[in-house]
Structure formats: structure tokens, C-alpha cells
Design a binder for this molecule. Structure first.
Ligand code: 2F8
Ligand code: CA
Length: 264
């Protein structure tokens, strides 16, 4: 048995179900109202043409842009190539200039070395000349006489040939060596008998100068050398001043004046 309350509840559920189905039908109608109606075939073609035309325009624009871009890039590329060539040429010029400068510098270095060597030589020469000058001054102050590259000194005392030579050596010189007519003439100005640096003490008849050289040009007085009376005349003096040929051989132990020579 269904109660009254239960019958009421069932009738209200029925009413609700009817409302829901009524609302669903209404909403189905409104959706159908909003649906786009299917396009006609002429309209479709029209749309296709419009879209195609649009695409062609876009393609054309893209082609234009890419063409312009290509031209622009090509021009830029050419500029860059020219610039690069310019830079290459400039670089080559710099390199060649640098090479020239390097060669110039090396040449200057060589010249500098030569000049330095020249200066050193001149400095040495200068020092040598100074020493020579000092030596000249020294001999002149000591009363020596300069003639043709040598200083000469006549003694004021008399000694044996050997002692005479020792005196010369102590003065940094030796007995006079005569090896030219000019020197022979120079020696004749002294009027005393004077020893010179010639002797044959080591081997009789072999006349040798004090520097060890053999006699070549001689100025013997007539009849000399004669080793007079076998008196061991082994040393030579200038005896005959008034004659061009003035030499005489005499015993070395005899004492005479002497003449020293210092070659400069
Ligand atoms: O006549 C030449 C002769 O004259 C002197 O002796 C007398 C010389 N003597 C001295 O000078 C010591 C010789 O040497 C010379 O040859
Ligand atoms: Ca003699």
C-alpha cells in the first residue's frame, strides 16, 4: 500500500522529469538556431581565389625582399672585398717598408760598427802619437838631434867601443848604424873620431851592424879596413871627416867619442 505522502513525492518527481525534458528540447532548438548554414559552391570558389591571391602576394613580397637582400648583401660583399684588397695592399706596403727599414737599420749597424772600429783605430793611433810626441820631447830635452826618422847623440866623453855601446843601450838606443849616403853625410859634421855600431869581432872580415845585419853599403876611407899591423882592428869609427868615405877600423879597446842612434 502506498501512503498519501509517498504518492505526493512520486507526483513531484514526475513533474520534475517533465520540466527537465522540456528544458532539453528548448536548448536543442537554440543550438540549431546558431549553426552556420553550409556555403554555396560559388562562394567556395570565391574564397579559394581570394586565399590563393593572398598567398601569391605574400610569395611576391618574400621574393622581393630576398632579391633586395641578395643585392644588398652582394654590394656589401663587393665593398668588403675591395676593402680587404685595400688592406692587403696597405699591409704589403707596410711589410715592404718594414723590410726596407730593416735593411737600412742593418746597413746603419754595419756603418756604426765600421765607424766604431775606425774610432778605436784613431784612438789607438792618437795614443801612439801622444807617446811618440812625449818620446820626441824627452829626447829633444836631453840634447838629442833629430834627423830623418832618428835621434842622434854625440858623447862628451871617450870610452871603448863596448862601453860606448853600453851607454847608448842605457839610453834606450844603440851605436849609430849608417845605411844611406844622407846618414853618412850627417855623421861627418862631428869633427872628433867617433865610434859607430859596426864590427867584425865575431868573424874576421865579416862586418856586422849592432842590429845583426850584414854590411852592404860601406864608406871606408881609402885603404881601409886594413886590420893595421894585425892589431885586432875589429871596431869601426869615423876618422876622416873631410872625406866622403870616412870610416876606419881600429882596436875596440881604444877610447873615442861615440854617437848613439834612437830610431823612431
Ligand atoms: O894609416 C892608416 C892607419 O892609421 C892608424 O894607424 C897608424 C890607424 N890606427 C888607429 O886609428 C888606432 C889605423 O887603423 C889606420 O889603418
Ligand atoms: Ca884601420
Amino acid at each position: 500500500m502506498v501512503s498519501f505522502e509517498e504518492e505526493l513525492e512520486i507526483s513531484s518527481i514526475h513533474e520534475n522529469l517533465e520540466d527537465v525534458s522540456a528544458r532539453n528540447a528548448a536548448s536543442r532548438r537554440s543550438v540549431e538556431d546558431f549553426k552556420v548554414p553550409a556555403a554555396a559552391p560559388g562562394m567556395k570558389m570565391y574564397r579559394l581565389v581570394v586565399v590563393s591571391f593572398g598567398l601569391l602576394c605574400i610569395l611576391q613580397a618574400a621574393l622581393n625582399i630576398s632579391l633586395r637582400l641578395t643585392l644588398y648583401l652582394e654590394a656589401g660583399c663587393n665593398n668588403l672585398t675591395e676593402e680587404r684588397d685595400d688592406l692587403k695592399r696597405t699591409l704589403e706596403n707596410y711589410v715592404s717598408q718594414q723590410n726596407s727599414l730593416t735593411e737600412e737599420r742593418d746597413e746603419m749597424k754595419r756603418i756604426n760598427l765600421d765607424l766604431e772600429a775606425g774610432r778605436n783605430l784613431l784612438t789607438e793611433e792618437n795614443h801612439g802619437l801622444k807617446r811618440t810626441l812625449e818620446e820626441y820631447a824627452h829626447y829633444l830635452q836631453q840634447g838629442w838631434v833629430y834627423f830623418s826618422g832618428s835621434f842622434y847623440r854625440i858623447s862628451s866623453t871617450m870610452k871603448t867601443w863596448q862601453d860606448s855601446r853600453r851607454d847608448c843601450q842605457q839610453r834606450g838606443a844603440d851605436l849609430m848604424i849608417i845605411n844611406s849616403q844622407e846618414e853618412q853625410d850627417f855623421s861627418r859634421q862631428y869633427k872628433n873620431i867617433i865610434w859607430i855600431g859596426l864590427m867584425d869581432r865575431d868573424t874576421e872580415g865579416e862586418w856586422t851592424w849592432v842590429d845583426g845585419t850584414q854590411l852592404t853599403t860601406s864608406f871606408w876611407y881609402s885603404g881601409e879596413p886594413n886590420n893595421y899591423l894585425n892589431k885586432n882592428e875589429d871596431c869601426v869609427n869615423i876618422n876622416h871627416h873631410d872625406h866622403q868615405n870616412s870610416w876606419n877600423d881600429a882596436p875596440c879597446e881604444n877610447e873615442y867619442f861615440w854617437i848613439c842612434e834612437k830610431k823612431m
